[in-house]
Design a protein around this ligand. Structure first.
Ligand SMILES: [Zn+2]
Length: 470
């Protein structure tokens, strides 16, 4: 079942255009509409729910023409508006039974079984004898869903379902919707505060919970920093906006932030409520923002082939941008501490692995390689050949593979580009960093500095250096 919306527009009698040329394809599963008040979310939902007319455009659900076959749509639609009436003095089970009768389920046994099953499904079984007036907001929402499910809908629309719910209720409610969404199209909307900023031609929007405004400025600084770094070195950003959207912790699989073209979602715990008052701490919010922003180029503009090394072309490249932006913003000293942390993570993680460590170019799902070692080797590489050369090689990849379909690049292409900009005397560095596992153990045993007559300094170092290839 696919809900397809094409060029939907509507203008209210007072001249306000609520929707302009909206086009969307929504498959089964949960689909969120988000925006500030007045963005047109409720209007779109009301049109889909056959409660309001559109001026132009087309909407189909499977074979149904949603704008014309309204009766057909109503048979498979479940709509839960922001506010819905309920009967405070009636017990939950009695009321649901009553609604089932209204739905035309006349067989008493069949109706009883359905009502009981639904009350269990929405986790209201224990409260079935309580009156609706005694229910919490979340319980009422779940009762609303049970009511919606009476007609076995194929399309469920829920307008701002979690407004006013506490976190536990919110989790329970959204988990219920995602369960239902396995074979139904579920559309829900959310209410956010929006922080807006502009940078050159880029509109920046952060959709956040009113109670979590702490780190928005760091996010905006991160967007700007990575935008400048990436447009300068890898080419233009092809869109006019970037949006960061706060989501609950359970809404994300793998990692706390996730980048899609023009939008990245970020969990509340992962960045929005991080406490960064200690100014000596590493600014993880700024850092993460630059990483996610870099994915617009490395992951979206350039897509890697599904082969060994794929994550190097996405995560390691994003780490490269992260460490260079961090250096620009916070200086070499803090960046050094960050790299020290990455080194500790890399060395301790590699010691714990049950699977042999592959060379970087053949890394697959190993986060300790794609992120931690990735930061270290890219930074080391620019120490050897210079930042300009590293970026010239990366720019070549973007030019060659950006916005293109298969064949997608692999780390073989990355290494070829890097070798091209690396002098003969330093080719071994590429071998050490990417093609083999080579560990260095360097230390300075003694350092002496004397001031010369001409005002310059003479520095003598006694060093010990050692490398080992596995
Ligand atoms: Zn990433």
């Amino acid at each position: 079942m696919l809900l397809s919306i094409k060029n939907l527009s509507t203008t209210y009698a007072n001249g306000v255009q609520a929707l302009r040329e909206v086009s969307l394809e929504i498959p089964t599963g949960m689909f969120g509409l988000l925006g500030p008040n007045g963005a047109g979310k409720s209007t779109l939902m009301r049109i889909l729910a056959t409660l309001q007319e559109a001026d132009s455009g087309a909407v189909t659900l499977g074979n149904l023409d949603v704008l014309k076959q309204k009766d057909g749509v109503r048979k498979i639609l479940g709509y839960l508006p922001q506010e819905f009436g309920f009967y405070p003095k009636v017990r939950a089970q009695v009321l649901l039974d009553h609604f089932a009768t209204l739905k035309g389920i006349v067989n008493a046994k069949e109706r009883k079984e359905l009502v009981e099953a639904l009350l269990q499904r929405v986790n209201l079984w224990d409260a079935r004898q309580r009156k609706l007036g005694e229910f919490s907001g979340g319980m009422r929402q779940r009762f609303g869903i049970a009511q919606v499910l009476l007609s076995d809908p194929k399309l469920i629309i829920v307008d701002e379902p979690t407004a006013g719910l506490d976190p536990a209720e919110r989790n329970r409610f959204l988990n219920l919707l995602s369960e239902i969404g396995e074979n139904v199209v579920v559309i829900l909307s959310g209410k956010y505060e929006v922080k807006r900023d502009r940078h050159k031609n880029l509109a920046i929007e952060i959709y956040y919970d009113k109670k979590h405004p702490y780190n928005l400025d760091r996010m905006i600084a991160g967007v700007k920093s990575a935008f400048d770094y990436c447009t300068k070195n890898f080419g233009l950003y092809p869109y006019k906006t970037v949006k960061i959207v706060e989501v609950p912790d359970y809404g994300i699989i793998g990692g706390s932030a996730r980048s899609q073209p023009t939008v990245f979602t970020w969990t509340e715990n992962g960045g929005f409520i991080s406490n960064l008052e200690d100014s000596t701490a590493i600014d993880v919010v700024f850092n993460t923002t630059t990483h996610e922003m870099a994915h617009q180029w490395w992951g979206h503009i350039v897509k890697a082939a599904e082969a060994e090394g794929a994550a190097v072309l996405a995560e390691t490249m994003a780490q490269w941008v992260r460490v260079m932006c961090m250096q620009q913003m916070y200086g070499v000293e803090k960046t050094h501490r960050f790299r020290q942390d990455e080194m500790d993570d890399y060395l301790s993680s590699r010691a714990r692995q049950q699977v042999d460590e592959p060379p970087m170019m053949r890394s697959t799902t190993q986060a300790y390689l794609n992120y931690d070692k990735g930061t270290l080797i890219m930074y080391a590489l620019q120490d050897y050949i210079g930042e300009t050369r590293v970026n010239a090689a990366l720019r070549k990849l973007v030019n060659q593979f950006g916005f293109k379909e298969a064949p997608y690049p692999t780390t073989v292409d990355l290494l070829a580009a890097l070798r091209e900009v690396t002098p003969d005397s330093l080719q071994f560095v590429i071998t050490d960093l990417f093609e083999t596992i080579t560990l260095y153990d360097n230390k300075v045993e003694e350092a002496k500095c004397t001031t010369l007559a001409n005002g310059k300094f003479q520095v003598r170092l006694k060093t010990q250096t050692h490398s080992q290839r596995e």
